[in-house]
Each structure stands twice: as C-alpha cells, then as structure tokens.
Design a protein around this ligand. Structure first.
Ligand SMILES: Nc1ncnc2c1ncn2[C@@H]1O[C@H](COP(=O)(O)OP(=O)(O)OP(=O)(O)O)[C@@H](O)[C@H]1O
Length: 636
C-alpha cells in the first residue's frame, strides 16, 4: 500500500519529468492537474456534489441521452450485479446525471462522490476516470493510487466516452468500486463491458436520430453483423455522411488516413471517399442478401461486412401485419383527464378513487414500486383538482441533505454564505395555490419531517434564517416506493407525519400484475413515435415483453421500447430489437408452450380436437404447433 506521503512524492517526481512506474495516461493526467489546473497533491478534497438546482439543469440538458442510455446502463448494471459496482452516467462536464448503485451503501457512496450530482472533471477532482476520459476521449481505468487526490485512492473507476452522431464527446459511462482488488488488470473485463455498453448506446442514439436516411452498420465478422454491429454511419440520399457512432468515425478516419478527433473531416463527405462503393450500392447491402455476400472494402484495404437499412418512411406500407396497433382503443375507464390505464378493473377503481380525492384538499400518499407511475399519477391528481397554481415536484432522495431545507423552505437575504442577495422562494412557496409533489418522502431527513408537519398543520412556511412565517395554500401529494409503516417502526419516519400523510392512499400496481399490459405498451409506443404511424411489435417480441418480470416497471418498459424503436427496421419491432435476456425468456416460454402442448396431447391420447378444447385454442392452431415443435405421437 502506498502512503499519502509516498503518493505525493510520486506525483512530484512525475511533475519533474522523472521516470515513474505508471501508465502514460495517468502520468499525462497528473501533469495536467499540476500544470493546467494548478492542483496541489498535498491537499485532499472531498468529492464535490453540485447544488440541486445545477443538477436539475444538467439532467434536463441530458434528458434525451439519459432516456436512450438507461436501458443499456441497466443491462450493464445487471451484468455486474452483486460485485458492488456503482454506475454513473456523466455529462461532458463530468457531472453525474444518472446513477445506479446499491441503495444500502448510499451514505458511503455519496461521501465518496459515487453519486448523482458528483462532479468528476479533472479540474475539480484531479485525475479520475471520468475526467481523464473526457480529456483523452478514450476508455480507461483509473485505479486506486492512479487518482491524483488522496481522498479518491480507495476507488477503482473505469470509464468510456459516449460520442454524439457528429463525433463530439457528449457523456461518459463510469463503473466504480468503493474498494477493489489490488491489481489494476482486475478491471480489464469491466472496461470491456463499459465499452460494449457505450457502443450500443451510441448505436441506439444514431438509430433514434435517423429515420429518414440510410444507415450503414458494420462488423468484422458476418455472424455479428445483424445482432451486434460494431459501428454505424448514417447517409443522406446522395450518399454523404450525416452521422456516425464512434466506431463508425474510427472506420471512416482509418480508411482515408484522417484523425477521428477531427469529425469535420468526415461529416458531409461522400461515402465513396472512405469505402469502395457509392450510394447506388446501398440497396445491395440490405437484409435481402445473405450476410456473407455483403462484404465491402474500405479505401485502406480493410474488409468489412455491411448492413444497409433503408430510410424508415418507405417501410410503413408493411403496417398491415401488425400484432397491435397503438392507436387502437383498448378500452378502459372513461374518466376525463389523464388516463391511467386500459382494461384492468384495479386501475379503473384507482382512476375513480383518484378523481374523487383530487377534488378534496386532503394530502394524498401514492405508494408503488419504482417506475410504476407515481409522479404521473400525482400529475393526474393535480390536473383533476382544478387548482390554478403550479405543480411543483421535488425528489427528496436526489437532493443533498444540506440543500433540502433551503430548496423546500427558501431563505431570507444573508441567511448563509453564498446565499442569493435577495433571498429565494422555496419550492413550497412556488407551489402556493397548486400542488407540491414530494417524491421519495421516505428519504426525507427526520429534522425536515417535523418542519413539513408544521407546514401541513399551519399552512405556513418559515424560510431559512427568517423570523416571520409566510402563509401558503398548498395541496401535498407525496410518494414512496418504500413501506412507510416499516420506516416508522425503524424510527426513520415520524409517526405523526405518517398518520397525516396516510389518510388517502393511492396504490399503483406493479406492471407485471397489470391486466392492461398491452394498453401500456401501445400508449408508450404512440408517445415514442414521431411518425403519423407508430411502430408496431411482432408477435414474438410481444410475447417476450409479456414474459418479462419488469422490476423497473413502466419506466423500464419505456426504456426498452425506446431502444427497440431505435433499433427496429421497417416500423416493426422484432425479438432481436429487445435486450438479450428478453430473447432467452421468449425461448423459455416457447419451450414451455411446446411442453404443455405435448403433455396435453399425451393426456388426450393425441385427440387433436380434445387437446384444442382443453387448451382453449382451435384445431388448426394445435396442428400448426405440432408442426412447429415437431411433436410426434411415436415420441411418447
Ligand atoms: N399510465 C401511464 N401511461 C403512460 N405512461 C405512464 C403511465 N404511468 C407512468 N408512465 C410513464 O412511466 C414513466 C415512469 O413514471 P413515473 O416517473 O411517474 O414513475 P415513479 O413511480 O414516480 O418512478 P420513481 O419511483 O422512480 O420515482 C414516466 O415516463 C411516465 O410518463
């Protein structure tokens, strides 16, 4: 183990240009910290978390990216599940705008800066994976004492950059360990996984942005071309490059001896400058031809397999073969306002209860697993309430503890160092005459719970540093995915506040229990579509969607569909456009179906009519399935 003093000495040695045993990426970063950012290795600084307001701005700016990246990030998180990795998506300034980690380590992670809002630029945090990745534009691992600042030396962090379609670095995916195996090489697999995730995110992003142009995907081996391409570019009707993934930029740059760091040299150029083909050859590279016949050569002589995807507009003609059409009305409660669901009796009852409660001023508590639509329902309450004021949402779990108070209650001029000169209205006052939505109320610190209780009882707020309370007229809707009664039992939630909030409860069912699953899918697809005609789902893909357990509920479904829409061709989402584990589920379900049919036929002595009756399908279906699963009575 290197001591703090040894660590400082090593950095100083590097600063003097003396040889040290570190990767050149690390040495270069240390030199930037010393010479460019004038950081002092003897000063250890805690991780910096940006104020809530700035975090909100950063998240808003990255909203589209977060939506597209989320399914990939969750997939990556599942791949490393159980190994204590924390996953961060940072924007180009190094601010973590998305976070996936084990909530039981929350406090440690927050302290270590492995948290939402942490700023990991080199100028702020010294050598770190996100910062060095932004500076170099390449995937890398910053392991333990590679970090410049001694505070971060327990961490091992691996990061890879996400490039936008114009070749500019726009975000970084990072996976980090609070404490890690000693060897840096232990993180090689992590680097591979992060890079693969980034490649897929960039591909989904390119597909999402490219609907009316050609897309050309590449792989070095034909087997992976259709299932997991390495790179892609988009082309206009005359064959000029419009956009690219980073892999695409690398192929183009290598082909013409240019530098991928200069994307302007690639965008707008004709494809024939990079590949031995022109725009007329695109039609010969579609799926209509076998993959092995789609080999092309780059100008530098490298061979690649290519897959051209036609502009999507032409594909809408195929819409007839749809399994479900999102514009179809699938029934459901006909209550005015935001529709909560389709034909599901529980949702219908919930919609009715919501409409009745909305007209009162009672505080409402919404309970439901993560992503079930608690905020969506809170909005519905606000809309149905007819209140003229604003709907103001605050996520009690996402705002650093020390900021919640001033965010909620506001402050008077000069309340603390760094406060705005005129003071500031808190969110409670901003919601005056409207609805204050307190998301993740279970995460509100105890001290603030008592102050909130007072607001509810007295309908007045006391700004930080103030002496005069201010009258407010707010409707409070709160939500939690945790069980508030057990938080009360553990002493983490005030009992009196719980009773005040718990009077009117709206409970959202998890997606896996909803009878109107198809309605939800259709609704989301209709929203995702930027065409007059929304994309549709093939029978196999729909079966796989129905079979998935949806731990992330509607949000997870939204993310999966966003990526699937982006990857789909010809307006139809196929099984292959869904994440890998969905395909496995579908295969398993298919096997089960085959086994059930086999068992039923056996029990009915291979009487097809009887088996059809027992299974509730018609005879032709049984005959078709016998063929499909190649079942034979002699196989009994
Ligand atoms: N009934 C619905 N119809 C269509 N979309 C919905 C519906 N309910 C929720 N959604 C969508 O699902 C996503 C997740 O919903 P929301 O943010 O309200 O969930 P949540 O339960 O508040 O999540 P969390 O627990 O993570 O805060 C949102 O994009 C929302 O628009």
């Amino acid at each position: 183990m290197t001591s703090h003093a040894e660590h400082i000495r090593e950095i100083e040695k590097a600063g003097l240009g003396l040889a040290i045993d570190r990767d050149s990426t690390v040495i270069k970063s240390w030199l930037r910290c010393l010479e460019q950012y004038h950081l002092d290795p003897t000063r250890a600084c805690e991780a910096f978390i940006v104020p809530a307001e700035r975090l909100r701005e950063h998240r808003q700016q990255s909203e589209d990216l977060i939506r597209i990246a989320r399914s990939g990030l969750e997939h990556l998180f599942n791949q490393v599940a159980g190994q204590n990795y924390v996953l961060l998506l940072s924007d180009r300034e190094g601010v973590a705008v998305e976070f996936l980690g084990d909530p039981s380590f929350d406090n440690h992670l927050r302290k270590a800066g492995l948290y939402l809002g942490a700023e990991w630029s080199e100028a702020r945090a010294g050598t770190c994976a996100v910062g060095a990745c932004i500076e170099t534009g390449e995937a890398l691992t910053i392991h333990q004492t590679d970090h410049f600042d001694n505070t971060h030396t327990p961490l091992s962090c691996t990061a890879a950059p996400i490039y936008d379609t114009q070749g500019e670095l726009c975000a970084v995916v990072d996976i980090s360990l609070l404490s890690s195996p000693i060897l840096k090489t232990s993180q090689n697999l992590a680097r591979h996984l992060v890079s693969a995730t980034v490649r897929r995110i960039e591909l989904a992003n390119l597909m999402a942005q490219t609907r009316h142009e050609w897309v050309l995907r590449f792989a070095r081996s034909p087997e992976f071309l259709d299932v997991d391409p390495e790179a892609a570019i988009s082309l206009d009707g005359s064959g000029r490059v419009l956009g690219m993934t980073h892999g695409g930029a690398a192929i183009l740059a290598r082909a013409c001896g240019a530098d991928w760091r200069n994307p302007q040299a690639l965008i707008g150029q004709p494809i024939s400058q990079f590949l031995d083909m022109d725009v007329d050859d695109l039609a010969n590279l579609t799926r209509r031809r076998p993959t092995r016949d789609r080999m092309i050569f780059a100008r530098d002589g490298n061979a690649l397999f290519a897959h051209a995807i036609e502009p999507q507009m032409q594909a809408h003609v195929r819409r007839k073969s749809l399994l479900i059409s999102p514009v179809q009305d699938l029934g459901g409660p006909k209550v005015r306002g935001r529709e909560l669901g389709g034909a599901d009796p529980d949702i219908a009852a919930l919609q009715l209860k919501m409409a009745k409660l909305a007209r009162t001023r009672l505080p409402i508590l919404i309970q439901g697993e993560t992503g079930t639509g608690k905020e969506y329902l809170a909005h519905a309450v606000h809309e149905a309430s007819g209140l003229k004021g604003q709907f103001v949402a605050i996520n009690c779990a996402a705002i650093p503890e020390q900021l919640i108070e001033s965010e909620l209650f506001g402050y008077v001029p000069g309340a603390f160092t760094g406060a705005a000169l005129k003071g500031r209205k808190g969110l409670i006052e901003q919601a005056d005459g409207g609805t204050l939505f307190l998301d993740e109320i279970g995460d509100m610190p105890l001290t603030l719970q008592s102050r909130l209780l007072r607001v509810l009882a007295e309908q007045e707020v006391m700004p930080v540093g103030g002496v005069e309370p201010r009258k407010v007229n707010i409707r409070v809707v709160s939500a939690s995915h945790r069980s508030l009664p057990s938080l009360v039992e553990q002493g983490r939630f005030r009992e009196d506040l719980f009773y005040r909030l718990n009077t009117a409860v709206l409970r959202l069912p998890p997606l896996r229990d909803r009878a109107d699953f198809d309605w939800v899918v259709a609704r989301i697809l209709a929203r995702h579509s930027d065409h007059a005609v929304a994309p549709v789902i093939s029978p196999a893909a729909m079966m796989a969607l129905r079979a998935h357990p949806w731990p992330g509920n509607i949000r997870e479904l939204e993310n999966v569909l966003a990526v699937a829409v982006a990857l789909s061709e010809g307006g139809t989402i196929e099984l292959g456009d869904l994440p890998d584990d969905f395909c496995d589920n579908a295969v398993r379900q298919d096997e089960n179906q085959g086994q059930t049919l086999h068992a039923t036929l056996k029990a009915c002595n291979w009487n097809v009519s009887e088996a059809a009756r027992q299974l509730g399908v018609d005879r032709s279906t049984v005959h078709r399935q016998i063929k499909r699963y190649q079942l034979k009575s002699s196989s009994l």
